[in-house]
Structures are given as structure tokens and as C-alpha cells.
Design a protein around this ligand. Structure first.
Ligand SMILES: [Zn+2]
Ligand SMILES: [Zn+2]
Length: 413
């Protein structure tokens, strides 16, 4: 929201402009307002991250036309693409950066190895930077891949130069420094990377009788796709999509992004509830990372899966709906007239107050129930009565939410 507000002030865009467009404008405006920064170029990453996409666009198709790729090479590419992608989302991100669950050492080792293969730096560096990103999201100087510095910077520009915002500071990752698997990878990152990205594809290629085909598809092309799909989470997932839970930062929910990033595209939810092991929190939202973690917990290889209470999530959603309706009504004030708008605003505010009262009532009943259970005084009939009370309030809340949604649709139409 910081950025959006600034855009309104700087460029004077009308409030009716879609949220997404407004943020893009913000980035452009902010970027133009700040002088270009000429931090020293990081030659290793620049050469590598230029050569990989170039080779994927030239050598990979050329080899395909002249020699052809075996089915085994394609399969290995697909399997390694998913393994590396999920190692970043389930491992680097949801396990190590946010501690949304705990995992058996065997799972952590596999996630560490395929995360190394994704070539996105060590767990320690990645997670520490990511924690900084959450803490200072959108801040020009402190967020290492701040979306307010524009698409290019947040996508990959931040990796190609040694910006002051990207300096390593592990004071926010002391827990990771105590993790032997994390520290082993950090110490032997270069040899591990070479083994996973060069030796392993060549070895696998030799095993299936298509050495260069496998190297090009499961090595070069797979790495390029892995990189850019992950980077979309820092760039596009902060620019394109909806904000159902909060507009305090630029993060967006976007099912297209979720499809490309193993569920990480529900980034608006993630930025407000980063401790939840789910990003696609609704059961129907496409989030393979969440399904993987849940499956691991079913077979006993993961535990302590953290979930934000449903009511807290609903509260955030309804607060956003309320905010939107108020803004939309305000924008129509000139057309509809003060009196009518005030009446509508009062009705919406009433509805919102009723919802908040229900939330409070629900929490109170629930608290009483839990307290009673603790004292082991609960009779069967009492339990039924608590359940019934909670059910009734929940039903009422569902209706309240539906009414608010209808109002918001009507006022936005
Ligand atoms: Zn983010
Ligand atoms: Zn995160």
C-alpha cells in the first residue's frame, strides 16, 4: 500500500484505476524518481545467468533438430524440474525460511540436495535474504528484491549486481546456523552444485544412453526454467493478481503464477500469514507444495504443520472487502450524491460491525468450551450445546459475509 499511496500522490492517477495497474505505475514512477544505481557487477552470476537462457534458446533447439532427444531425456528433465522446484518451495521456502513444519533428516537431506541442484545459492543465504524480504517488503533500500524497484530488479537484476540491499547478514538466521544439514551445504556449496548440475545429469544420461541430450534438457533447459519460474514469485507475484487478504504490501494472489510455481502464486495470503504451511489455503487452490508437505506428514516424515485459524483468515478477508466497498462508494460520491453515499456507507459499516461482533462471540464461546474441557467438567449435553451455539454463529457469519460480498459487487459495478 505504501507504494500505491505514493503513486497516487506523485502521478495523480484516478482512484478507479485497477489496483494492479496502479502498482505498476508506482514502480515506474519510483524507479524514475530514484537515480540509477551502479553497484558492482557480479560477474559469476551475470555470465552464468546470461549463458543459461542463451544456450536454452540456441543450443538446446539446435541439438533437438540435428540429433533429437530421447524420451528418457525428456522424462529426466521433467522429474528433475519438479524435484528442484519443490525442493525450493517445500524446503528452502516453507521449511527453512519460515519453519512452517518440521521434517525428518532424510527429507531435509533430499530437499537440500535438489535445492542445491536448483542453483539459487545456499539455504542459509537464500533463507536469510527471504526473511529480510518479508520483514521489509517493498522497501527500496532494505528488501533485497523489492518490487517497488520495478520488474527487472525484482526478477533477476538484484542477483546480477552486488547491491547494498543484498549484503548477507545472518543475524536473522541463527537457527539455521545450528542446522548441520544447512551448514554442510553452505560449506560445500560449490562442489555440491557442480556434482548435482554437471556430474549427475551426465551420469544419468550415460545410464539411459543419451548423455548430451540429458545434459541439455535435464541440466541446461531445466535450470533456466527453474530459475525464471522461481523469480516470478519475486517479480510478477508482487505485481499481477488480486489482494484478497491485505493491501499493506504489493504481494498478489494469482492462480497462473501458482501453476508455474508449485503453489507459491498465492503470495498475498503468504505475505500476511507466512507461518502457514499452505499458500493456496483453500482446499481447491492448486498448491502441490502443500500437498507434498501434508503427504509427508501422513507417512510420519513431517510434523508440526502450522495452520492459521480459519476465523483469522476470514477476518482478514472481510476487512479487505469492507475497505474495498468503502473506497468504491467514496469514488462514486460525486455521481450519486452525498446523502445517498452516506446512507450506503452506514449500512455497510453496520454489516461489518455485526460480522466483527459475531467473530468475537464465536471466539468467546470457543474459549469457554476449551476452558470447560480442560477442567474435565463437561457433560455430553453441554458439549452439544456449545457445538450448537458455534454452528449457529458460523451460519450467521456465512450470511453476513455473503451480504458484504453482494454489497461490494453492487458498489463496484
Ligand atoms: Zn514476496
Ligand atoms: Zn516467504
Amino acid at each position: 500500500m505504501r507504494g500505491v499511496r505514493a503513486a497516487g500522490k506523485l502521478s495523480g492517477h484516478p482512484p478507479e484505476l485497477p489496483e494492479a495497474d496502479r502498482t505498476l505505475m508506482t514502480n515506474a514512477t519510483d524507479a524514475a524518481a530514484r537515480p540509477a544505481e551502479h553497484a558492482p557487477i557480479n560477474w559469476v552470476t551475470t555470465i552464468l545467468f546470461t549463458a543459461l537462457p542463451l544456450a536454452s534458446l540456441t543450443v538446446v533447439p539446435w541439438y533437438g533438430f540435428t540429433h533429437g532427444y530421447s524420451l528418457a531425456a525428456w522424462m529426466l528433465a521433467l522429474v528433475s524440474l519438479w524435484a528442484c522446484g519443490l525442493a525450493i518451495t517445500a524446503g528452502y521456502h516453507r521449511l527453512w525460511s519460515h519453519r512452517t513444519y518440521s521434517a525428518h533428516w532424510s527429507v531435509r537431506t533430499v530437499l537440500m540436495l535438489f535445492g542445491t541442484m536448483a542453483l539459487q545459492n545456499s539455504i542459509l543465504i537464500w533463507s536469510s535474504q527471504h526473511r529480510t524480504h518479508h520483514r521489509f517488503v517493498d522497501d527500496w533500500d532494505k528488501d533485497p528484491y523489492s518490487a517497488s524497484r520495478g520488474f527487472w530488479f525484482s526478477h533477476m537484476g538484484w542477483i546480477l549486481r552486488d547491491y547494498p540491499s543484498g549484503v548477507n547478514d545472518f543475524s536473522n538466521a541463527r537457527d539455521l546456523e545450528r542446522d548441520p544439514i544447512v551448514m554442510f551445504q553452505h560449506r560445500f556449496y560449490v562442489p555440491l552444485t557442480i556434482f548435482m548440475n554437471v556430474a549427475l545429469p551426465l551420469l544419468a544420461g550415460w545410464a539411459v544412453g543419451d548423455v548430451w541430450g540429458t545434459f541439455l534438457l535435464a541440466g541446461v533447459l531445466r535450470l533456466t526454467i527453474n530459475h525464471h519460474f522461481t523469480w516470478f514469485i519475486n517479480s510478477l507475484a508482487h505485481m499481477w493478481g488480486t489482494q484478497p487478504y491485505t493491501d499493506e504490501n504489493s504481494a498478489r494472489d494469482n492462480p497462473v503464477m501458482a501453476f508455474l510455481t508449485y503453489g507459491e502464486g498465492y503470495h498475498n495470503f503468504h505475505h500476511i500469514f507466512q507461518n502457514d504451511y499452505r499458500n493456496g489455503v483453500k482446499w481447491w487452490q492448486y498448491d502441490p507444495t502443500k500437498w507434498l508437505i501434508a503427504s509427508l506428514s501422513w507417512v510420519g516424515l513431517a510434523g508440526n504443520l502450522k495452520r492459521v485459524p480459519e476465523l483469522t483468515i476470514q477476518r482478514a478477508q472481510v476487512a479487505m472487502q469492507f475497505k474495498r466497498v468503502q473506497q468504491a462508494l467514496e469514488a462514486r460520491r460525486a455521481r450519486v450524491g452525498d446523502e445517498h453515499i452516506e446512507r450506503l456507507k452506514a449500512r455497510v459499516a453496520e454489516e461489518y460491525a455485526a460480522f466483527r461482533a459475531s467473530v468475537e462471540q464465536w471466539s468467546k464461546v470457543r474459549e469457554q468450551w476449551v476452558a470447560d474441557r480442560k477442567q474435565r467438567l463437561l457433560q455430553r449435553w453441554e458439549e452439544t450445546s456449545f457445538r450448537l451455539q458455534l454452528k449457529q454463529i458460523e451460519q450467521g457469519m456465512r450470511l453476513q459475509r455473503r451480504r458484504l460480498r453482494a454489497m461490494s459487487k453492487a458498489s463496484l459495478a
